[in-house]
Every structure is written in structure tokens, then in C-alpha cells.
Design a protein around this ligand. Structure first.
Ligand SMILES: Nc1ncnc2c1ncn2[C@@H]1O[C@H](COP(=O)(O)OP(=O)(O)O)[C@@H](O)[C@H]1O
Ligand SMILES: [Mg+2]
Length: 220
């Protein structure tokens, strides 16, 4: 599903990733961890083509991401759900509209949009808050809206960058359970986190990035 082959990436003259290779199978749930600045976020950005590698190849399903032309990027991104801290909910839109906006398919009938949005909100157990503005939701609930927004277009891959960074232990656990549920329905899930509580005893694959390399891999 996702393949990194000999991928190197630097910003200006600073090397972040040095010739890393990684195979992620369809339907996997995998953690990318390592110290701050190790390159976790960069790895996710390379997958959805917001950064380009200096060398090497990245493929996602049938896309050779490292070779994608600018106009081909939206098609790739329609198939990737993204949960990033700098991609916040819009405060002046309701929960429903925040999720609906992510359905950027032109010409979709409002009835169909309502169906998909309600389905996504039901999945995260927030149907009853659809008409509220984000500020009236708890931190955990807001993050569940973010997940609904990422999942509403039924992506084949879900990328989550430090998805529990702002949450307490109970809310973090609930978010992780949601990811497991999403994964069990077939979506490939990648979670970048420095928080080892998330993957301890998870039984899932953990990739530890450090010093520009994948230093080790183990089962959490
Ligand atoms: N756009 C950028 N320009 C310059 N340096 C960057 C940029 N993005 C990230 N970096 C640097 O690259 C390194 C890796 O960053 P990042 O991928 O965000 O690591 P992590 O997510 O593991 O904390 C850091 O040293 C960071 O400061
Ligand atoms: Mg990061």
C-alpha cells in the first residue's frame, strides 16, 4: 500500500531522512515514533506530497508519489485522510459543516452530502452535536470531529500526526480505539507519535526513527 524506497529528504542543508526504506501493507495499522525532530511529520508529508523527497521513491497504492505532477496531487489527496495539528476545525462553522467541507466533490447533491456526513459523525458518536460550533465541544470531541472530517471521503489511507497530543489519557484511549475500529474496516492507518503510551501493548508494528534512519522496528 505504501512504500518508501531509499528515500532521502533534507531541508536546506539539514538532512532529515537518509535513505530510508519501509513497506506498509494494505490494512496495516502502524506507529511511527522517535524523538522530536526525527522526521516523523516529514514522513507523513512525503506520503501526501506536501513535501517532495530529494531522492528515492514513494508509492501509495498505484501512485508514484515522488513523480506526481502538481495537477495530479488532488486526486491522491482525495484518497488520504489527514489528521494534523495545524489543520484545525473552522470555529465559525458547525460540526456538520466542518465535516461536509471536506467532501470537496463538485456537484455532489446535498442529500448525498448529508448522508455521508451523518454516517461519519455517527461513526465517531457525535451525531447529536452536528449543529454545534466546535467551541462547545470538549477537546476529545473536537478531535473526533477531526477524525470524521478525515474519514468522510472514505480514504484508503489515514495519516495521523500526534493525534492525541492535546488530550488526557482517557480521551487519548478513546481516539486510539477509534483508529482501531477504522483500521478493522480496512483503512490503512499511520500514526506518528512520540507518546509510547499509545502503542505500548498494542500488538502493532512500531517504526522508530532516529538520527535520519529507521533505527529499529518492533511490535508494541
Ligand atoms: N519546512 C521546514 N523547513 C526547514 N526545516 C524543517 C521544515 N520542516 C521540518 N524541519 C526540520 O526537520 C526536522 C524534522 O522535522 P519533523 O519531520 O517535523 O520531525 P518530527 O515530526 O519527528 O518532530 C526538524 O529538525 C525540523 O526542525
Ligand atoms: Mg512531528
Amino acid at each position: 500500500m505504501i512504500l518508501f524506497s531509499d528515500v532521502s529528504k533534507s531541508y536546506e542543508k539539514k538532512t532529515v531522512l537518509n535513505s530510508i526504506s519501509l513497506i506498509i501493507k494494505k490494512g496495516d495499522l502502524i506507529f511511527i515514533t522517535g524523538p522530536s525532530g526525527a522526521g516523523k511529520t516529514t514522513m507523513l508529508k512525503l506520503i501526501y506530497c506536501s513535501e517532495r523527497p530529494d531522492s528515492g521513491h514513494i508509492t501509495v497504492a498505484d501512485w508514484d508519489v515522488s513523480k506526481l505532477k502538481q495537477h495530479e496531487i488532488p486526486e491522491l489527496r482525495r484518497n488520504i485522510g489527514i489528521i494534523f495539528q495545524d489543520f484545525k476545525l473552522l470555529p465559525n462553522r458547525t460540526v456538520f459543516d466542518n465535516v461536509a467541507l471536506a467532501l470537496s466533490i463538485h456537484g455532489m447533491k446535498s442529500e448525498k452530502i448529508r448522508h455521508y456526513v451523518n454516517e461519519a459523525l455517527d461513526e465517531v458518536k457525535l451525531l447529536d452535536k452536528a449543529s454545534l460550533f466546535p467551541q462547545f465541544l470538549s477537546g476529545g470531541e473536537q478531535q473526533r470531529v477531526v477524525i470524521a472530517r478525515a474519514m468522510v471521503s472514505k480514504p484508503i489511507v489515514l495519516l495521523a500526526d500526534e493525534p492525541t497530543g492535546d488530550l488526557d489519557i482517557d480521551n487519548a484511549k478513546a481516539i486510539m480505539e477509534l483508529f482501531s475500529k477504522i483500521n478493522s474496516k480496512g483503512t490503512t492507518v499511520l500514526i506518528a507519535t512520540h507518546d509510547d503510551n499509545l502503542f505500548r501493548a498494542s500488538g502493532k508494528r512500531v517504526v522508530f526513527v532516529n538520527d535520519h534512519y529507521i533505527e529499529k522496528e518492533y511490535i508494541g
